[in-house]
Design a protein around this ligand. Sequence first.
Ligand code: SF4
Length: 55
Amino acid sequence: MAYVINEDCIACGSCISECPVEAISEGDIYSIDPDICTDCGTCADVCPSEAIHPA
Ligand code: SF4
């Protein structure tokens, strides 16, 4: 399992520096590499748009 960023992402960048395994990539909507994500939930806690949820 991995966390997923949905279309509510405003590309604010809050999550990217919080991920301990650098699984998050920048973009119009940020994305999480499911092969790297360890399901820790840190990014979901910091997202101001609540755009990050467990898949
Ligand atoms: Fe990174 Fe944790 Fe978010 Fe997965 S759940 S992308 S490991 S911060």
